[in-house]
Design a binder for this molecule. Structure first.
Ligand code: MLC
Ligand code: AMP
Length: 501
């Protein structure tokens, strides 16, 4: 990962990271990551693409760990901090991770599992010891670097394997397109087991020699206090976060609103992505910040592909034009390019496109056309050169708060509940969250939604758990016996849904 490590050589004394422990220079990041690499190697010359899972909160330790795994020749597997044990175990087992690096906060959750499964656990602080020698392996760019998990049209999430070359292409494209420099200072409040936080914010900032400030967890009030410190000038978030920031802003006094608006006018760039940005949110944000949000489109498998311009018209309701080095086409069901102005599936080619789904040859084959285009499943059309997303080809994929969620994964878990006879999960449009995860249940009469919510806590992270429920006697099915999910959507708009609280 030459692009990512360059700045550590070029500006060792500059601040790289600000976190709850203070400011850390590029040199300190470099040293700590080398120490971690050497400790993980335990005398070996190269981890040879062994998978190393890690559960570390955003901050210096997080970046030092992922860089350390890369420097040692391993493939990094970031674990989601809000996953319950079964979801973590799935990722660890699916990647056949040979080691787990973690912070003490997560010991309780993982130590028993690690002992039972004979996987060595390393505390991240304890890896930051010993002299830094130059005996680290040279890593070829075509080697595996990262596995991120993404939900899809299969019930279980798939591990997306990207090489160092894929990541370099994703990072360098964005640095050029959005004009990152070492004068930038960004605030990262996104989860780091997805590309938005890990590539677009963390890796672009550090590759550009900028300052990367962490805030975890996201809190609208704290975001604005940090803005008022007059350092941040680049900000990236999902539409739900902009929605929440607007609500917070609206609660302030006129004096504070003016102070904040004046401050935000000095930002260089504000970006929205990971889900459709409602035009209403874009307009309100422009009113309060003076910034027309730059909306872009991407995916775990490809990094960023389509973006509104840095200079030029940022068109509301549109995701922009293909980024340099990314080839984009729209096709029909037969993978034939559609005529201009007609809708079609977005397909992508380019150096940022991932290598394979980890351990899933069949799924990988199905994800590409015979001539190598990656099928995104997103439907779009081009209007006067700007792409506009119309929807997805699968009703089973839900986007909520910028997270991609598989309806099938949740249904599979719900079906294991002894009082649930049948179920269907769908996404219900919602301005704040994009979509809300909604569950329609056929249950025994003893089924209690409060109890069900508690039961789910041990099995699903909060963001995947249904937020609204309906109990029905039967699910509507077509002649083939398949649940007609579109019909279910109307239940939520015509009756009052039962919330769990
Ligand atoms: C949480 N809540 C939800 C919810 N998630 N309600 C409805 N729908 C959801 N999806 C509720 C909880 O029940 C809780 O309610 C309250 O909101 C706060 O919960 P939380 O988990 O603490 O949420 P919060 O911290 O406010 O998080 C919101 C968020 C988070 C927007 C910060 O969702 C987030 O970080 N999203 C970003 C995801 C992301 O990075 N995606 C990128 C994927 S990569 P109560 O009542 O219990 O308090 C990708 C490619 C690309 O997509 O193009 O970028
Ligand atoms: P993920 O698999 O989590 O990486 O999510 C990728 C998906 O997010 C894409 O396939 C799109 O459906 C969606 N997405 C990302 N950016 C946008 C956007 N600007 N507008 C609409 N959908 C988006």
């Amino acid at each position: 990962m030459h692009i990512l490590f360059n700045q550590a050589q070029q500006r060792p004394q500059s601040v790289a990271i600000l976190d709850t422990q203070g400011a850390h220079t590029y040199e300190s990041l470099w040293t700590k990551s080398s120490q971690i690499a050497l400790q993980l190697l335990e005398g070996r010359s190269d981890l040879e693409q062994e998978r190393v899972a890690f559960m570390v909160s955003p901050g210096l330790n997080y970046v030092a760990t992922i860089w350390g795994i890369w420097k040692a020749g391993g493939i990094a597997v970031p674990l989601c901090l809000s996953y319950p044990l079964p979801s973590l175990a799935y990722v660890i087992e699916d990647t056949q991770a040979t080691a787990i690096v973690l912070e003490p906060d997560y010991l309780n959750l993982l130590s028993r599992y690690a002992v039972d499964n004979k996987i060595p656990l390393y505390l991240v602080e304890e890896l930051q010891v010993g002299p830094v020698t130059d005996s680290l392996p040279k890593i070829a760019l075509d080697r595996g670097a990262l596995i991120l998990y993404t939900s899809g049209t299969t019930s279980l999430p798939k591990g997306v394997l990207s090489t160092h070359a894929n990541l370099e292409a994703q990072i360098s494209t964005l640095i050029k397109a959005w004009k990152w420099t070492s004068n930038d200072h960004t605030l990262c409040l996104l989860p780091l087991h997805h590309v938005h936080g890990l590539i677009n914010v963390v890796s672009c900032a550090l590759s550009a020699g900028a300052i990367l400030q962490f805030l975890n967890p996201f809190q609208a009030e704290t975001v604005f206090s940090i803005f008022l410190e007059k350092r941040v000038n680049v900000f990236m978030a999902v539409p739900t976060i902009y929605f929440k920031l607007i609500s917070e802003f609206d609660s302030y006094s006129e004096k504070k609103k003016i102070e904040l608006s004046d401050r935000m006018k000095n930002f260089r760039l504000m970006v929205s992505g990971s889900a459709a940005l409602p035009v209403s949110v874009m307009n309100q944000w422009e009113k309060i910040s003076g910034h027309r949000l730059l909306e872009r489109y991407g995916m775990t498998e490809i990094g960023m592909a389509i973006s509104n311009p840095y200079q030029g018209e940022r068109r509301a309701g549109h995701i922009g034009k293909p980024l340099p080095s990314v080839e984009v086409r729209l096709v029909d069901e037969k993978d034939q390019q559609v005529n201009s102005g007609l809708p079609g599936e977005i397909q992508i080619k380019g150096p940022g496109v991932f290598t394979k789904y980890w351990g899933k040859e069949e799924a990988t084959k199905k994800a590409f056309t015979q001539d190598g285009w990656f099928k995104t499943g997103d439907i779009a059309l081009v209007e006067d050169e700007y792409y506009r997303i119309l929807g997805r080809d699968s009703i089973d994929i839900i986007k909520s708060g910028g997270y991609k969620i598989s309806a099938l994964e949740i249904e599979e878990i719900l079906r294991n509940h002894n009082l649930i006879k049948d179920c269907a999960v769908i996404g219900i449009p919602n301005e704040e969250w994009g979509e809300l995860v909604a569950a329609v249940l056929v249950g025994e009469k003893e089924l209690d939604l409060k109890e069900l919510k508690d039961w789910l806590k041990d099995r699903l992270p909060n963001y995947k758990s249904p937020k609204i429920y309906q109990i029905v006697t039967d699910l509507p099915r077509n002649a083939m016996g398949k649940v007609v999910k579109n019909e279910l959507k109307s239940i939520f708009s015509t009756t009052i849904s039962r919330k769990t609280k």
